[in-house]
Design a protein around this ligand. Structure first.
Ligand code: ADE
Length: 225
């Protein structure tokens, strides 16, 4: 499986690439490749962006620069890259990322395009299969969003996480019917008077199961509400 990431900041992925599940996926043959748009720009002085037509704040990543990088990486017409893999643009305007999409994206080769500045020229829509947002807020660029997406995708690759039960029982997964996982505790059994629920110390597996089932989807209430 190939994971190709296009970015202006490949160094931003160094920590991510060292994470245990990512390193394990690499051992299993997952090939994470980082491509710097700037290395392939056909423009002078490493230029990659330009002012938006119609005016307005900020700069826009140029479509010719994105195409040049895709062409160099895949040695084909950039518009054809999506014939062989999912091509994802990270953008706050995209469909919201979730567990089901992570599972889908883990099924084959994947190419991820990170935006920066005010985003990528809208004609990138000619190149991508998916436009994905990690949430309804705006980040300075797609690098953190790409790592969020890739972290979740790599977890879904068979063997990347050493204990498959831990992925099967992830919050939001089909294994939990889309629910949140139950709360977890570990030693010490009591700290500052904060006690672990007695049932978890009881050794009564059926009672523990019941207790956990009752606590699936124990969503936190948000904000001041
Ligand atoms: N780039 C900037 N903000 C983003 C977001 N919320 N999701 C994905 N990519 C982004």
């Amino acid at each position: 499986m190939r994971l190709d990431v296009f970015t202006l900041f490949p160094d931003a992925f160094a920590w991510f690439a060292q994470q245990v599940h990512v390193a394990r996926a690499a051992e299993l043959g997952v090939d994470l490749r980082l491509w710097d748009y700037r290395s392939f720009t056909p423009l002078r002085h490493g230029q990659v962006d330009d002012a938006p037509y119609g005016g307005g704040a900020g700069m826009v990543l140029r479509i010719d620069v994105v195409c040049a990088a895709l062409e160099a990486a895949f040695r084909c017409d950039p518009a054809r890259v999506a014939d062989t893999r999912r091509v994802v643009e990270l953008t706050p305007r995209g469909r919201q990322f979730d567990d089901a999409l992570a599972r889908e994206l883990a099924a084959g080769d994947l190419c991820v395009l990170c935006g920066r500045y005010e985003g990528i020229d809208e004609r990138v829509s000619q190149l991508v299969t998916d436009r994905v947002s990690i949430g309804p807020y705006v980040l300075a660029g797609g690098e953190i969003a790409a790592q969020v997406l890739l972290d979740a995708v790599v977890r879904k690759i068979d063997g990347a996480v050493s204990n498959p039960d831990s992925v099967a029982g992830d919050s939001f997964s089909p294994g939990l019917g889309g629910s949140l996982e139950y709360p977890q505790y570990t030693r010490p059994a009591e700290f500052r008077g904060w006690a672990v629920p007695a049932v978890l110390l009881s050794g009564d597996h059926a009672a523990v199961e019941r207790w956990r089932r009752e606590r699936l989807d124990g969503r936190e209430r948000s904000g001041q509400g």
